[in-house]
Write a protein that binds this ligand. Structure first.
Ligand code: HEC
Length: 160
């Protein structure tokens, strides 16, 4: 084996190991996908869903909703059960993209750390858990696109 190819092999093995290791530190992150360049009143990068109204994103979001425990807490029809409805007109912290993205990624505690307070009251209390460790930015936007698509549905319509 030449010096060059053995060095390439060692490098390849290292990259493979780093990719497989569960304790590999996450890559440094820039602003989230969809950042407009502005900052909101809480000092967070202002975001706009790049997949809003996109039919493929809505379908992907529906799948994620069913497979990432959202359904367990918010119900199959998104009307809430143990947790708030996602299809009524009450939004606990606000209904803008920036707020919803940060809420699903970092949970209620993450929003409060940025000075958010509950401005809307739903009958169910409790905190929203963070999903940023298991969902990437694109998946978070797909979920939000899905929720918004269902929010426009008249209350008595059944689509499942
Ligand atoms: C363990 C239960 C639980 C799970 C699982 C859960 N949520 Fe929540 N969610 C909550 C609670 C509780 C709130 C209200 C948070 C608060 O008042 O601080 C909430 C709030 C929300 C809101 C804002 C609703 C409003 O009326 O303002 C959205 C959007 C949301 N969740 C989306 C999701 C998505 C998407 C998932 C799956 C990735 C998910 N949630 C999984 C419990 C849950």
């Amino acid at each position: 084996m030449s010096a060059v190819s053995s060095r390439a092999w060692v490098l390849g093995a290292f990259v493979a190991l780093a990719a497989c290791s569960p304790s590999a530190p996450p890559a440094p992150k820039g602003p989230p996908l969809g950042a407009t360049g502005a900052t909101n009143a809480h000092g967070l990068p202002e975001l706009r869903n790049p997949f809003a109204n996109d039919a493929n994103a809505i379908a992907a979001g529906a799948e994620l909703y069913a497979t990432h425990a959202c359904l367990t807490c918010h119900g199959r029809q998104l009307t809430g059960s143990m947790c708030p409805s996602l299809v009524n007109d009450v939004w606990v912290y606000g209904d803008d993209d920036t707020t919803l993205f940060n809420l699903v990624r970092d949970g209620s505690a993450g929003l409060r750390a940025h000075g958010y307070e509950r401005i809307g009251r739903e009958p169910q209390g409790g905190d929203m858990p963070p999903f940023g460790a298991t969902l990437d930015d694109k998946q978070l936007w797909q979920l939000i696109a899905f929720i918004r698509s269902r929010h426009a549905t008249p209350p008595n319509a059944t689509r499942d």
